[in-house]
Design a protein around this ligand. Sequence first.
Ligand code: NAP
Length: 266
Amino acid sequence: MKIAFIGGGNMGEAMLSAVLDKGLSTPEAISVSDTAEARRQYLEQKYGVAVMSSNRQAIGRGDVVVLAIKPQHLVGVMTELNGQLKPVQLVLSIIAGVRIDTLRQGLNHRCVVRAMPNTPAQIGEGMSVWAATPEVTELQKGWAGSILGAMGKEIYVDDERYIDMATAVSGSGPAYVFLFMESLVDAAVHIGLPRGMAQELVLETILGSGHFVQRSGKPLAELRRMVTSPGGTTAEALLQLEKGGFSELVKQAVRAAYNKAERLGS
Ligand SMILES: NC(=O)c1ccc[n+]([C@@H]2O[C@H](COP(=O)([O-])OP(=O)(O)OC[C@H]3O[C@@H](n4cnc5c(N)ncnc54)[C@H](OP(=O)(O)O)[C@@H]3O)[C@@H](O)[C@H]2O)c1
């Protein structure tokens, strides 16, 4: 598969590295354009891909054109690439909050996939949700699915609204988990555990719990009940969390992120 990356930053590199790792493409079939010269040199040396400063030159070589730039650079890039893409090329955008229609009109191009990965994609443990315009062929959907799948798990949705919802759950989700982990580490230190040990306990608890959910196949509530003996320590802690409105607060936070994602896209 020939892939052109517009933007070779954190995510561009994560995708490029995953695609090479999984053997979906070869360095000779990949071109990357980036405005930062240091970035171009680094990517060329590390991966042996063709690098360039011209976005127009880069897209000349791609079956798939990946847009991996920050939202604030999109208007300039769309102006530059408007009308330059061949109808058979697939545009795969991972730019947060940018609607398919904006891309379709701004690029004057019909075959567009919009995806929302999350930061663990940078280490191949990501969760991406993606949608496509009706003109995207089954073959192109296969390309998009395999590129995103190289960075972790991927789910195709036929309604773009699910991407805004996923943004509030899996997109922002790592930040919720990190905040919870930070709070748990601080709480552990507060009751007297050394910080290094607290960090290890928290990390292993989060990792172990995730794997337990996955491998046991049991409902979350059942797994929670398994830890919560009547009148025990966990019950005491959960009571405090509920008194503080934990579940309701999580709902409000996710709703606020979803509303913001919708506003950003419109
Ligand atoms: N990071 C994540 O985990 C994550 C998750 C989901 C979605 N996303 C989305 O992924 C996109 C990329 O994020 P990132 O973290 O990879 O950003 P990044 O590290 O800043 O990478 C973007 C790269 O594009 C370059 N660039 C800027 N303007 C350009 C232009 N006109 N043409 C070509 N290249 C240009 C930047 O150079 P300069 O540094 O010189 O500007 C930078 O090297 C964002 O839209 C973000 O919403 C990221």
